[in-house]
Design a protein around this ligand. Structure first.
Ligand code: DAH
Length: 344
């Protein structure tokens, strides 16, 4: 019996002589503890064995067992403390927060460049007193062509490769149709913008079968080409930069007379000539002109009493110039790497 006690004590002291707690996890340590102090453990077995010890020896052996139990409890308590400390520092090391790591932000959407341009244009023109009118995308030939002085056999129809739905209905090829719809319903003074989608059977780096335009129309007594020029100057300065200049070149549209093509001084090189303006210093941005007498007559507005100007802006074209976008198709592919660049 005494030998048994000594050998168990020696086992424990050997464990105590090692470095750190006698086990590497709380679970292992618990199992080890049970091996000695559990109900069926080695030390409990000694207590049970007391029955077989002779009455004379019992007090001495009993106190040896008691001491052994005390020592064992002491050791396990110490190991448990050490192990807890070790596990805590391991946990702290594992869960250390690296404050220099880049934060993970929630992805937010961005406004499409065409929407940005549309909103900016509306802001600029609304500031000059324009209302907004949105006409239908499925339009009658009458509003898209005939009333705009483009009769059925007119060669100008070839300028726009139109998607016809029936002989009478088509996908509007220009927002100029909005002019007629407005003038049919309202008498001068008129100052209106008509933004929206338009469609043409055309597709390459600068043409898309669906794109956006914004039509502008001003009709009143005494409106002249000078008013158009002044308004375009203001638009160019607000949309691009305060030193942007405009230039009117003679052109032809059936619904305006005279008609002009409007160029802006290149905002990239300031007019000196660069890759973007193809060395000319000017960039063509829109078509405009004085509303043709026939168009006013078609809407029952007396052309001897009222005059007006109109203009049509391609929104993708403005976006391409403003943001330096080389291919119109980028705007319809919805690649987030492209779209993300227009946040705020
Ligand atoms: N509708 C023309 C186009 O799509 C643009 C245009 C030119 C509109 C002259 C106008 C204008 O109102 O006066 O090419």
């Amino acid at each position: 019996m005494k030998e048994q006690i000594e050998s168990i004590r020696a086992e424990l002291e050997a464990l105590a002589a090692g470095e750190g707690p006698a086990a590497s996890s709380s679970r292992e340590l618990y199992e080890l503890k049970m091996e000695y102090l559990g109900k069926t453990g080695k030390i409990s077995a000694l207590s049970k064995g007391m029955r077989d010890v002779s009455p004379e020896e019992r007090p001495a052996v009993g106190s040896m067992v008691g001491e052994l139990r005390k020592r064992a409890e002491e050791l396990f308590e110490q190991w448990e403390r050490e192990l807890k400390k070790k596990e805590l520092s391991a946990k702290i090391a594992r869960e250390k927060i690296d404050v220099t790591m880049p934060a993970r932000f929630a992805e937010t959407g961005s406004v499409h460049p065409v929407s940005l341009v549309r909103q900016e244009l509306i802001d600029i023109f609304a500031g000059m007193g324009f209302d907004v009118f949105e006409g239908p995308e499925i339009e009658k030939d009458y509003y898209n062509f005939q009333a705009l002085n483009i009769p059925a056999d007119h060669p100008a129809r070839d300028m726009q490769d139109t998607f016809f739905i029936t002989g009478e209905y088509l996908l509007r090829s220009q927002t100029s149709s909005g002019q007629i719809r407005v003038m049919e319903n309202k008498k001068p003074p008129i100052k209106v913008l008509s933004p929206g989608r338009v469609y043409r059977s055309d597709s390459d780096a600068t043409h898309s079968p669906m794109f956006h335009q914004m039509e502008g129309l001003v009709v009143d007594r005494g409106i002249t080409l000078n008013d158009l020029k002044g308004m375009l100057d203001e638009f160019a300065r607000r949309m691009f930069s305060s030193n942007t200049k405009t230039r009117l070149r003679p052109s032809y549209f059936p619904f305006t007379e005279p008609s002009v093509e409007v160029d802006l001084s290149c905002s990239n090189c300031g007019g000196k000539g660069c890759r973007i303006c193809k060395g000319t210093g000017w960039i063509e941005v829109l078509g405009a002109g004085m509303v043709n007498r026939r168009v006013l007559e078609n809407c029952n507005i007396d052309p001897d009493e009222f005059t007006g100007f109109a203009f049509g802006i391609g929104l993708e074209r403005i976006a391409m110039i403003k943001y330096g976008i080389g291919d119109i198709r980028l705007m319809f592919e919805n690649d987030v790497r492209f779209l993300k660049q227009f946040k705020g």
